[in-house]
Design a protein around this ligand. Structure first.
Ligand SMILES: Cc1cc2nc3c(=O)[nH]c(=O)nc-3n(C[C@H](O)[C@H](O)[C@H](O)COP(=O)(O)OP(=O)(O)OC[C@H]3O[C@@H](n4cnc5c(N)ncnc54)[C@H](O)[C@@H]3O)c2cc1C
Length: 322
């Protein structure tokens, strides 16, 4: 019996979500006395596959087929379910990414396992009780299963990444995808940005109406570039097209939980907090000391963003140059 982790890759490279799912899978396997396996679907080099053993995968099943070189929901779900059968998986663990979320329910149906999504803790007890945030981060729910195992998606940045090196093996798993799994296929994908993805970022620099206009975002972009961060914004800023809609975070936008969320000129309305309050560290820059965001902040700077941010940029540059 095993824990099987779907090691998601982007263009043949594993990123943090895959390593975080493996770290979770490692601890789950240890707690339940199971082996840790990984499954990789698509084109990935032997060197890259070898990295998974550093995170505890004792066996990696590589499924490669010309029809699987691009992510197709139904086909990837069937491939992972096949690997789950081959590995005798009691648990299938996936990152809570767009792709992970898309295939997890299908895998649950195919394997007959219950689905636990957006999870941040290991399953406990016979009913696999886990914690997950619900109602736009307003509550924490404990959810369990009636099945002995489960398909679990791990909330990004909620569990952490740790190396647990083993001497793992990599084998090709022969699998021919079924034609029926290609009823719906992506025709083309146009990347609209090469920036760090907002949902996967360790650090997010976000700004709101306090910046007065789109022409003032240069300093936000510069700070984000220096910190290797993603950029985000409040809803009104996206509504008036100062920033693109895919940067809008909050109750009606994207929900993020980075290690560090820097909020500049954002008041901290409840609807904004709903999307960011599970960030590990929140830093607020606002000229109004009574802004509600300060109540949710770990660190706060009461000051004018047009003075604070250029000074912060100078300090980061000085630190990097040191
Ligand atoms: C149903 C519903 C859903 C919503 N969903 C979302 C959502 O998903 N996400 C979201 O963000 N909002 C959402 N909203 C809107 C939300 O209620 C707030 O109106 C919005 O978050 C406010 O955006 P803001 O903080 O950028 O602007 P403001 O409220 O105008 O705040 C600007 C802040 O900038 C500060 N400031 C001004 N000048 C400076 C300066 N020079 N330096 C430093 N600070 C300065 C001010 O003190 C102020 O605190 C929703 C609202 C509703 C009704």
């Amino acid at each position: 019996m095993a824990v099987l982790v779907f090691a998601e890759h982007a263009d043949g490279h594993f990123k943090k979500p895959a390593f975080e799912a493996l770290t979770y899978g490692h601890d789950l396997a240890k707690a339940k006395g199971l082996a840790l396996h990984a499954v990789v679907v698509g084109d990935v080099s032997a060197d890259e596959l070898g990295k998974l053993a550093q995170y505890g995968a004792s066996a990696t099943h590589h499924i490669q087929h010309e029809k699987l070189s691009k992510f197709v929901e139904a086909a990837y779900a069937s491939a992972v379910a096949e690997a789950a059968k081959a590995a005798g998986a009691q648990y299938v663990v996936l990152p809570q990414t767009y792709n992970g979320r898309a295939i997890a329910p299908r895998i649950a149906v195919k394997t007959g396992l219950a689905l636990l999504s957006g999870v941040s803790t290991l399953p406990e007890g016979a009913n696999n009780a886990v914690k997950r945030v619900v109602y736009s981060n307003k509550a924490i729910q404990t959810q369990g299963t009636k099945t002995a195992g489960a398909v679990i998606t791990v909330k990004g940045n909620a569990y952490g990444v740790a190396q647990n090196a083993v001497s793992g093996s990599v084998s090709n798993l022969a699998y021919t995808p079924a034609d029926k799994d290609f009823a719906c296929v992506p025709v083309s994908v146009i990347k609209n940005s090469d920036k760090v993805s907002l949902t996967e970022a360790d650090v997010v620099v976000s700004a709101g109406r306090g910046l007065k206009g789109p022409e003032n975002w240069g300093m936000i972009d510069e700070l984000a570039d220096l910190l290797g961060a993603a950029t985000a914004c409040s809803k009104p800023v996206a509504d008036v097209h100062w920033r693109p809609h895919h940067e809008h975070v909050g109750q009606t936008g994207i929900q993020v939980s980075p290690n560090v969320y820097i909020a500049v000129g954002i008041s901290g309305a409840i609807q904004h907090l709903a999307g960011v309050s599970s960030s590990k560290t929140i830093i607020v820059v606002n000229k109004d000391g009574d802004a509600p965001f300060f109540k949710a902040a770990d660190f706060g700077v009461i000051g004018d963003a047009f003075e604070v941010i250029p000074n912060l940029i100078k300090a980061v540059k000085a630190h990097k140059g040191a």
